[in-house]
Design a binder for this molecule. Sequence first.
Ligand code: FEC
Length: 307
Amino acid sequence: MDKQKIGLLVMAYGTPSSLNEVEEYYTHIRRGNPPTPEKLQELIDRYEAIGGVSPLNAITKSQVEGLERKLNESTCSFQVYVGMKHAHPFIEETVEQMAKDGIHQVIGIVLAPHYSIMSIGAYNKTAREAAQAHGLEISCVDSYHLESLFVDALVLRVEAALARFPKAERKETMVLFTAHSLPEKIVEMNDPYPRQLRETAEAIATRVGISHWDNGWQSAGQTNVPWLGPDILEKMTMLKAEGVKQLLICPIGFVSDHLEVLYDIDIECQKLAQELDIHLERTASLNDDPLFIEALADVVLRKVNEH
Ligand code: FEC
């Protein structure tokens, strides 16, 4: 094959492709510790509530194909691969395949915009170790939370969602920019994750001209350590007590529709919103939006040009 081709390793979370794979997937997320039967059933119930499987793998595939098309419109020649954190093909398996295909130079990018040592840091560490094991040169993107077309795409999503509120209610609508919670210890580690999330939210709020907004944490894991909070459900109850009647959730920490969006927001938060008598809307996910794909392509091309 063409020795000049750059291998682009697009890394994504991964999801089970059927309910039969949920136990293996959950065990992998728990670093090899199988969940109790109760915890496993709870997770299966959540997948069942969103239709049995998450659309995440199909969306990841479409994002990766779109990115490959976009990148190969330019002068560089890329061979694009996908590697998952918690499902096949795992990042390690994909890097091995890249080596077999004769790739020498690898660029890594994660389908998550904000850096934490516990999220993007972990993907990149796995990729770097695998690349080293196969003698490949690798350079990984750390974050793209203020990338111009990424922010543009989110601004359009927020404007479209605000337009779903009656005109008279729009100015008073509270916008919560959410992301996956992480264990609180990252704050002591001076991890950039909370700051980067604040910066993305601020950039969107300024552009759209939103007066009432905040960051929010969602989908915390069920472990014995404290997680960043308040959790979005608690936050909604607090906002109701402050008089909020219209709420827009914009999950800036995620780029696709998946369990944490379709269940945690669309089912769990919507149920609470009804109980609290709050009008809740959610911004559409970026998925394979051409503007988002172009943002990713810009980030990748800049990384290549750093060399
Ligand atoms: O649709 C799907 O099937 C997959 C949805 C999914 C995405 C996702 C993204 C992130 N996670 C992050 C951190 C953690 C930490 C733990 C953790 C646990 C789970 C569990 C499921 C799950 N996550 Fe996830 N995450 C998704 C799904 N996540 C299922 C297990 C059940 C549960 O706790 O709810 C806790 C691990 C532990 O037990 O020690 C930490 C972060 C992201 C966003 C960045 C990214 O996409 O990589 C951070 C999508």
